[in-house]
Design a protein around this ligand. Structure first.
Ligand code: AMP
Length: 282
């Protein structure tokens, strides 16, 4: 496995790979790998000839009051895990190599960055779309693999690729969970043991909503209220950021659940803000 931090060297290698006709897959990450990340790498490994994983804690997707400094990092461990997954190139750039002085060009997908996480993090998706676009230009992938855990991010990237005619297939892969249902996340390390126990109820609440929907066509408001009660009882240390029911692609609010609907939640718990989602099927 090559470990490359130089932006020009990476681009040069990828141009070369493209000209040799190699099928390239990119898995963008912020590192501190868990099974969720590794599942993306495994799927990509099966579907490409050259697997590139980027490991970059992108400063422009963090607001000044967020956890950029505290974000967990362990490059040595990540290198070993990536090697085990037979990654060909691990790209580990420094922020100053990707954002040169005077950087002022942004990629925005405003229609999809209005609700859900964008409300609490209004500049987040601009940072995400911009860095992913830059990574696409550097690595020239045929395939780019993302997790459905960050559903809004995945939807925004798909839209960006379509709108900008980027010749890239964007693949979304299922959420990998801990045995008790908690969606894996690098930020789970922020939780105390007591918070960690409560955190498993985030997904249990989503499953409860799925059961409600299976029985009858339900109003979104009914599900929201039931979930609020469920979280109040089972996640007493949590503070709900949002509980939203939206169209899975347009991300617009849905009032009656009579077609597949994305139920997405974000909960502040201790020092963490945890997100999760499920597509409710009638
Ligand atoms: P991150 O390092 O958190 O930015 O995540 C990098 C990629 O891994 C993104 O596409 C995420 O959606 C994906 N990812 C993170 N957690 C999970 C998970 N539990 N299951 C599947 N994919 C995940």
């Amino acid at each position: 496995m090559k470990i490359i931090s130089d932006v020009h060297k990476l681009q040069h290698i990828c141009l070369d790979l493209r000209s040799q006709g190699k099928k390239i897959a990119l898995v963008p990450t912020m590192g501190y790998f868990h099974e969720g990340h590794l599942s993306l790498m495994r799927w990509a490994r099966q579907n490409c000839e050259q697997l590139i994983v980027s490991l970059f804690v992108n400063p422009t997707q963090f607001a000044p009051n967020e956890d950029l400094e505290a974000y967990p990092r362990d490059l040595d461990r990540d290198k070993k895990l990536a090697q085990k997954e037979k990654v060909d190139i691990l790209f580990t750039p420094k922020p100053e190599a990707l954002y040169l002085p005077g950087h002022c060009t942004w990629v925005e997908v405003p229609d999809l960055a209005q609700n859900l996480c964008a409300k609490a993090r209004p500049t987040h998706f601009r940072g995400v779309a911009t860095i992913v676009c830059k990574l696409f230009n550097l690595t020239l992938p045929h395939l780019a693999v993302f997790g459905q855990k960050d559903w809004q991010q995945l939807t925004i990237i798909k839209r960006m690729v379509k709108d900008l005619n980027l010749p890239i297939e964007v693949v979304g892969r299922p959420i990998v969970r801990e045995p008790d249902g908690l969606a894996m996340s690098s930020r789970n390390t922020y939780l105390t043991p007591a918070e960690r126990k409560q955190a498993s109820f985030i997904y249990k609440g989503l499953l409860m909503a799925q059961t409600m929907v299976k029985q009858t066509h339900v109003q979104a408001e009914t599900i929201k209220n039931a979930l609020k009660e469920f979280y109040k009882k089972n996640l007493p240390s949590g503070k709900i950021d949002y509980i939203e029911l939206v169209h899975p692609e347009q991300l617009t609010p849905v009032s009656l659940i009579d077609q597949p609907t994305l139920l997405a939640v974000a909960i502040f718990l201790g020092h963490a803000r945890l997100i999760d989602n499920i597509v409710l099927r009638v």
